[in-house]
Design a protein around this ligand. Structure first.
Ligand SMILES: [Zn+2]
Length: 508
């Protein structure tokens, strides 16, 4: 059995434009739990108050998965990490220290012996709080093997139950990494007392391949993220790792506990939360991953699916849109449908959602599952104490600048401004810039239809940049001007809440 350690909420969240706030993290964590992830790394507790709080809330909300927090080899980091995960059914502390010559010399300014001592002491310290300890040798793939044998033996003796061998900089290759892991297994005397884990980055596009090679050499845990998000080129993608092991079980001879039918929903939920979509041809979860365009392929598929299909769309939970609810559907029907889709919501959430559902059912003839999911995810992405749209008006005519008037409420205040621009959306963004007084740069703007038909919900995704940091926002409405205003406002709200909780940044 290969353990799946998901770091979407920690390493994944470190990627530009992927930051999530509390409710979004809880919702994502519950979905990871539903998918059957063994371990959820919920964050880096010492990084900021916001990180601490979200790990703590995830630890309380999740029952079936272990919840981990990252910590450097410092008592204050380990204290914070334990404090954050202590309410979990199954807590885990993940302690890391760099072991490569280049990191030890320039980053840590420590000699091998000092690194060894610090690692062993920290694991021993962490072990006082918690019996489940992972130790990561940061930049392991560029570390010297004899030193790795020594430090791994030391941390296992000190109580580490998992040792993680990350390819922090995405440098290794499958053949090399397989031999590397095999050497560690063969030369570390007490290695059988711990699980070997790998954590591969995708800088050369080999994150998944390297992780799977490590399995051949005896690794028992793979660290990965949904959609492969993460620092720089990202981490090994969970869905690719899981489906490779499942589809090629004949070759790998290993299983995971992942319910693969939850893969699409996890991918979709993450994209909706972060506003970062996967490319159409992305393996497993891209929109084209199961599409067969060529006539020859289609002909083959009609006769016998397995001619061109190595796994079924159903196995990853891909479903067609189903028309389910309409104008006359009641609260019970909405709650039942949400339960079928896998969402549990409390009464207050149901009340708020039902108002939005009714408004949508008035605008749209048919309400699809995806529409309901879009409403629910939109609800989770709202930021407390942020800007809220009260009203807007827009006027355009040929040859003249467009004008958009926006009224918002902000912390018990009403603010109204008139913006001008090349079109109504440009003018709306001008009005929002005046309202917020924030000088931001618009980096990306896109509108997609959530479902089919001319009355489909338009989902607008906006990315703004300020002082070198990216913030994303999304808005949903059947009116694209409104969804654009909502998306811009949501990005500004994300920026403000990110400022309030402070910035993080340290990696394995
Ligand atoms: Zn990483």
């Amino acid at each position: 059995m290969i353990r799946i350690f998901d770091t979407t909420l920690r390493d994944g969240e470190q990627s530009p434009g992927c930051s999530m706030h509390l409710n979004e993290k809880i919702q994502m964590a519950k979905q990871l739990e539903r998918m059957g992830v063994d371990i959820i790394e919920a964050g880096f507790a010492i990084a900021s108050k916001g990180d601490f709080e979200s790990i703590s809330e995830v630890a309380k909300a999740v029952k079936d998965s272990t919840v981990a927090s990252l910590a450097r080899c410092l008592p204050k980091d380990i204290d914070a990490a334990y404090e954050a995960v202590r309410h979990a059914e199954s807590p885990m502390l993940h302690v890391f220290l760099a072991t490569s010559p280049i990191h030890m010399k320039y980053k840590l300014e420590m000699k091998e012996d000092e690194v060894y001592e610090r690692a062993v002491e920290s694991v021993r310290y962490a072990r006082k709080f918690c019996s489940n300890i992972e130790f990561s040798c940061e930049d392991a793939s560029r570390s010297e093997l004899p030193f790795l044998y020594r430090i791994i033996e030391g941390v296992i003796d000190a109580g580490a139950t998992t040792v993680n061998i990350p390819d922090t900089v995405g440098y290794t290759t499958p053949q090399e990494f397989e031999a590397f892991i095999r050497a560690i297994r063969e030369n570390t005397p007490n290695i059988d007392k711990a699980v070997i884990s790998v954590h591969c980055h995708n800088d050369l596009g080999m994150g998944v391949a390297n992780s799977l090679s490590a399995v051949l050499a005896g690794a028992g845990q793979i660290e990965c993220t949904v959609n492969g998000i993460g620092e720089r080129a990202g981490n090994a993608a969970l869905e690719e790792v899981v489906m490779a092991l499942q589809t090629r079980k004949d070759f790998y001879q290993k299983e995971t506990r992942i319910r693969s039918t939850e893969i699409m929903r996890s991918s979709h939920l993450l994209s909706s939360i972060t506003g970062v979509r996967v490319q159409p041809h992305k393996a497993i979860v891209g929109i084209n991953a199961f599409a067969h365009e060529s006539g020859i392929h289609q002909h083959g598929m009609l006769k016998e699916k397995s001619t061109y299909e190595i796994m079924t769309p159903e196995s990853v939970g891909l479903q067609k849109n189903m028309m389910v609810l309409g104008k006359h559907s009641g609260k019970h029907a909405l709650r039942d449908r949400l339960a079928d889709l896998g969402y549990e919501i409390d009464n207050a959430e149901l009340e708020a959602l039902f108002v939005k559902f009714k408004a949508l059912a008035d605008e749209k003839k048919t309400v699809y599952d995806k529409d309901i999911e879009a409403l629910l995810i939109g609800q989770y992405s709202q930021v407390e104490d942020g800007y809220e749209l009260v009203d807007y008006q827009t006027a355009t005519s040929e040859g003249k600048d467009a004008k958009t008037i926006i009224q918002v409420s902000y912390q018990d205040e009403r603010i109204e401004r008139v913006g001008t621009g090349k079109g109504p959306i440009d003018a709306a963004f001008d009005a929002m810039a005046q309202i917020t007084g924030e000088d931001v740069r618009l980096q990306d703007f896109s509108i997609h239809a959530v479902t089919q038909g001319k009355d489909a919900i338009g989902e607008t995704l906006v990315k703004i940049e300020k002082d070198g940091r990216m913030y994303s926002g999304k808005g949903m409405s059947t009116d694209i001007i409104k969804s654009s205003i909502l998306a811009y406002m949501n990005a500004i709200n994300h920026m403000e809440s990110r400022r309030k909780r402070g910035l993080n940044g340290n990696t394995v």
